[in-house]
Design a binder for this molecule. Structure first.
Ligand code: RIB
Ligand code: CA
Length: 307
């Protein structure tokens, strides 16, 4: 069985990705580390625990990680997810509690215990992951791969003209992770757009599929309204699309190995993921960019996974 470690800034789309991973029988989630990003660390931990309970399967340990980016300040994505990160639906406090101990130590212990086996899935800013790589570079290399929800390569950024949220919140962390010696699989924002958008009929089917499906739709109500204001005709679920790349790689329709790096000092371009498709920089390839997935199949598998 495949082993996953998930790092998340748990808000509404992360919550759906966590439910997918915890309900997919072909993988085992060994642990969840939480980072600030969409919301504060405290709120993200609460949301992760709620999501684990809503998945209704098993409860991996949930660890609190970084409260702020490595070197920068940050604001939160309230406009996308609501103040509490789950569309302010008034969900009860979780019964589960966070595990004692440091998220970075916990993820490193897991990687060292299962060398070459654990796939690290990141759904938020890369602060926890970079801190782990700094703390124990050799232990970090025990991870099999890192699947990163991040970047906007063939479309405008969603948090600056050229940058996607997870990367721009902590660009120095992302640059460090892309150069930590573990193969990166990048799932950029564009793969949750186009025919991956959850239209009204998709959302209706998901909500009717189960209590978990209804939670998945309800906790994304703010994101649905935010998308409407941007003129989108459906719900962009970036973290679930990245999780689909992890759980069901057969849905990948276009990908390319390349050299990836992150702008950290640009006046207008800080947080931009630079990918050297035409090999101008002559650097060794450190990652694979997933450029397109089968959108209808992604939506169908997600609905089935949460049913
Ligand atoms: O840009 C989308 C990403 O930023 C998603 O992971 C979302 O949850 C936010 O973290
Ligand atoms: Ca996220």
């Amino acid at each position: 069985m495949r082993k996953l470690w998930i790092d998340t800034d748990t808000a509404s789309d992360d919550a759906v990705a966590l439910l997918m991973a915890l309900r997919e029988p072909s993988v085992e989630v060994l642990g969840i580390s939480v980072v600030m990003g969409n919301v504060s660390l405290e709120r993200a931990v609460r949301n992760a625990l709620i999501s684990v309970e809503r998945a209704g399967t098993y409860a991996p340990p949930v660890y609190a990680g970084a409260r702020k980016p490595l070197y920068r300040d940050t604001d939160f994505a309230v406009v996308c997810h609501g103040v509490d990160g789950l569309s302010d639906q008034g969900y009860s406090d979780p019964i589960l509690q966070a595990a004692a101990g440091n998220a970075m130590d916990a993820m490193l212990d897991c990687a060292r215990k299962h060398p070459g086996q654990v796939e690290l899935v990141t759904l938020g800013p890369l602060t926890n992951v970079a801190s782990a790589a700094f703390k124990d570079p050799e232990g970090f290399k025990c991870f099999r791969s890192i699947i990163v929800m991040g970047g906007a390569l063939r479309m405008p950024g969603n948090w600056s003209p050229v940058a996607e949220f997870n990367i721009i919140v902590d660009p120095e962390a992302a640059e460090a992770v892309f150069h930590a010696g573990v193969p990166v699989i990048l799932a950029p924002f564009e793969i949750c757009t186009g025919d991956s958008l959850f239209l009204q009929e998709d959302r209706d089917r998901l909500a009717a599929a189960s209590e978990a499906g209804a939670f998945a739709v309800d906790c994304n109500r703010v994101l649905i309204e935010y998308g409407k204001r941007l003129g989108l005709n459906g719900l962009c679920l970036a973290d679930p699309a990245a999780m689909a790349v992890v759980l069901w790689p057969e849905l990948i329709r276009e990908q390319q190995e390349t050299y990836l790096c992150v702008e950290t000092a640009g006046k207008y371009t800080t947080g931009m993921v630079v990918y050297d498709y035409i090999d101008h920089l002559h650097r060794p390839h450190n990652g694979t960019v997933v450029q397109r997935i089968d959108g209808p199949a992604f939506k169908e598998r997600t609905i089935r996974c949460l049913a």
